[in-house]
Design a protein around this ligand. Structure first.
Ligand SMILES: NC(=O)c1ccc[n+]([C@@H]2O[C@H](COP(=O)([O-])OP(=O)(O)OC[C@H]3O[C@@H](n4cnc5c(N)ncnc54)[C@H](OP(=O)(O)O)[C@@H]3O)[C@@H](O)[C@H]2O)c1
Length: 230
C-alpha cells in the first residue's frame, strides 16, 4: 500500500512538531509548512516547505508542490492562526489592514486548504481527514480576541458544512478544540502531544467523533454544554 502523506499548515514547536513526530512514527510521510520552514527535505519521508498563510495563493502553491513530489495528501492539518489582542472595550480599534491580514490567515487560507484537501480526497481511496485546530470561538468567543474569534468561528462553520458534504466519501472534517477540565479555553499549557494523539486517532479512525471535537488532555473527547464558559 502506498505511504500516506500528512500536510501540516502552520507547523511550529508545539502542536505542529508533535503532529509531525506522531505521524512519522505511524509510517506517514510528513510535510510541514510555515513561514520559517526552509524548503529542504530532511529525509525521503519529511519535507518542510515555506508557506505564508497570510497569502492564500501560497496555500495553492503548497498543495501543487506536494502533489508533484508525493501525490495527494490524505490528512491535512490546518494549525496556523493569527491574533490581535485588545482590551474588550477596544475590540473594534483594529486597523482594517490588520483585520484583513488576520482574516486571511484564520479563514481565507483555511478555506483554500479545505477546498484543495477536498480535491485531493476525491482522487484517493480509503479514509481521508482534515483537521482544523479550533478554539471555543464558535461557542461565543473571548472578548478582546476579535480577529481570532471571527476567523475561528468562520473556520468552524466550514468544518461543520464539509463534514456533512463529504462524510459519505470517507472524508472527515473536524475542528479539534482542547479545553480545561471545566470546559474553559486553554489560555496556557496547550498540549502539543495531546493534540497530536487526537489528530492521529481521528485520521486512523480509532474514534468516531462529531465535527466538533472538544477534548481534555489525559481524558480524550469530552462533550461540554454549547454555551460560553469563561
Ligand atoms: N483550544 C484552545 O483554547 C486554544 C488556545 C490557544 C491556541 N489554540 C490554537 O492552537 C493553534 C496553535 O498551537 P501551537 O502554538 O501549539 O502551534 P505550533 O505548531 O507550535 O505553532 C504554530 C505555527 O504556526 C505558524 N504560523 C503562524 N502564522 C503563520 C503564517 N502566516 N503562515 C504560516 N505559518 C504561520 C508559526 O510558524 P512560523 O512563525 O514559522 O510561520 C507557528 O510556529 C492555533 O490554531 C490556535 O488557535 C487553541
Amino acid at each position: 500500500m502506498a505511504q500516506k502523506t500528512v500536510l501540516v499548515l502552520g507547523c511550529g514547536p508545539n502542536i505542529g512538531s508533535s503532529t509531525v513526530g506522531t505521524f512519522r512514527k505511524s509510517g506517514y510521510r510528513v510535510v510541514s509548512a510555515s513561514r520559517s520552514c526552509d524548503g529542504e527535505a530532511s529525509d525521503d519521508s519529511t519535507m518542510a516547505l515555506k508557506c505564508d498563510l497570510a497569502q492564500p495563493k501560497s496555500v495553492e502553491y503548497l498543495f501543487k508542490t506536494v502533489r508533484e513530489e508525493w501525490g495527494e495528501p490524505s490528512v491535512v492539518v490546518y494549525n496556523g492562526c493569527a491574533y490581535y489582542p485588545t482590551k474588550p472595550e477596544e475590540s473594534f480599534n483594529i486597523p482594517t489592514e490588520n483585520f484583513e491580514q488576520q482574516l486571511a490567515i484564520n479563514t481565507t487560507s483555511a478555506f483554500v486548504a479545505m477546498r484543495e484537501a477536498a480535491n485531493s480526497f476525491a482522487r484517493l481511496d480509503g479514509s481521508k481527514t482534515l483537521i482544523f485546530t479550533g478554539t471555543m470561538a464558535n461557542e461565543g468567543g473571548v472578548p478582546g480576541w476579535l480577529t481570532l474569534c471571527v476567523g475561528k468561528a468562520a473556520g468552524a462553520y466550514m468544518i461543520d458544512l464539509a463534514e456533512n458534504v463529504y462524510r459519505e466519501q470517507d472524508a472527515r472534517f473536524h475542528c479539534v478544540d482542547e479545553r480545561t477540565s471545566e470546559g474553559k479555553p486553554m489560555f496556557e499549557g496547550l498540549g502539543g502531544q495531546a493534540h497530536a494523539d487526537v489528530f492521529l486517532d481521528l485520521a486512523e479512525r480509532k474514534v468516531d467523533l462529531p465535527w466538533q471535537v472538544t477534548f481534555v488532555s489525559g481524558k480524550g473527547y469530552v462533550e461540554f454544554p454549547h454555551e460560553l464558559i469563561l
